[in-house]
Every structure is written in C-alpha cells, then in structure tokens.
Design a protein. Structure first.
Length: 151
C-alpha cells in the first residue's frame, strides 16, 4: 500500500470508529460543495521523518462529526464552532497517530504538534481542490479533503 492508500484507509477507519460516520474515497474531480464556511485543521510531526497532515471540512460536516464524537443529540444541544473545531482536532490527532503507526510501524517515536484550526473561504477550499495535492473522502454526501506532506 502506498502512502495515499494508507492515509485514506486510516481516515475512513477513524471516521467510522470515532464518529460512527462511514467514509469512502472519491476522485478530486467529484468534489464539490455549496458551503460558505470551511475549517482547515493541521497537525505536524517530527522524529525519524517530519511532515504534516491537513484536513479540510465544511462547518456543517464539522458539526455533524462533533455531535457524533461527543455523543450529543443535535436536537437537544447546540454546539459552538469552537466545540466543532476541538472535535476536529481530536479526529486529526487520531488520524495522524494511526497513520504514523501504519506507515512507519510501532518502533519510531514521533512528536506531534497540537493541532491548529483555521476558518477558510470557499475560494481557499476550491484552491485546495484544484491544487491536486489533496485526497477526497465522501461522508454522507459531504466531501472532505485530506493530505499528508512528508519532508
């Protein structure tokens, strides 16, 4: 399995186990979104290798993921954007840890940064899609972008 296959599999596995949402890989030319607000989450790592992983989701999908991760009924409680961002940070932290283990094994030790979030515009989202640097996952008809950058 190559790095992209490992990343996509890890991403889909973590979405399923942490948020009970099922993901499937899609081609970048299938990616679209009508959303107005997107959240980009980044985590970096260093050790035997250094790099980073980025995850980009629309705010609505971030809320859905957060409700499922936190086990909160969305009909009973509203979540703040900060809570959704915190849930995404935890999600990406888990994806990164599992990706590193799948890619490099149990022996190497890596230091992970604290994940950082940033609100991005639809133009920035589209720029990420057009860059060809990201992989795409479909979750409940919403598209999520993810990429790994290794130095």
């Amino acid at each position: 399995m190559n790095d992209n296959d490992i990343l996509i599999k890890t991403c889909c596995d973590v979405f399923e186990s942490l948020s009970f949402m099922f993901g499937e890989p899609i081609d970048l030319d299938e990616v679209e979104s009508e959303a107005e607000t997107f959240i980009k989450v980044t985590i970096s790592y260093k050790g035997d290798r250094a790099g980073a992983i980025n995850l980009i989701v629309c705010a609505e999908t971030a809320n859905s993921l957060a409700y499922n991760i936190l086990g909160i009924d969305e009909d009973e409680e509203d979540l703040s954007i900060e809570s959704a961002m915190d849930a995404l940070k935890e999600l990406l932290n888990t994806i990164c840890g599992q990706f590193m283990t799948s890619r490099f094994g149990d022996e190497p030790v890596f230091d992970l940064s604290v994940p950082e979030t940033k609100i991005i515009s639809p133009d920035e989202w589209q720029g990420s899609v057009n860059s060809g640097d990201f992989l795409a996952v479909n979750i409940e008809d919403e598209h999520i972008l993810i990429r790994s950058i290794m130095e």
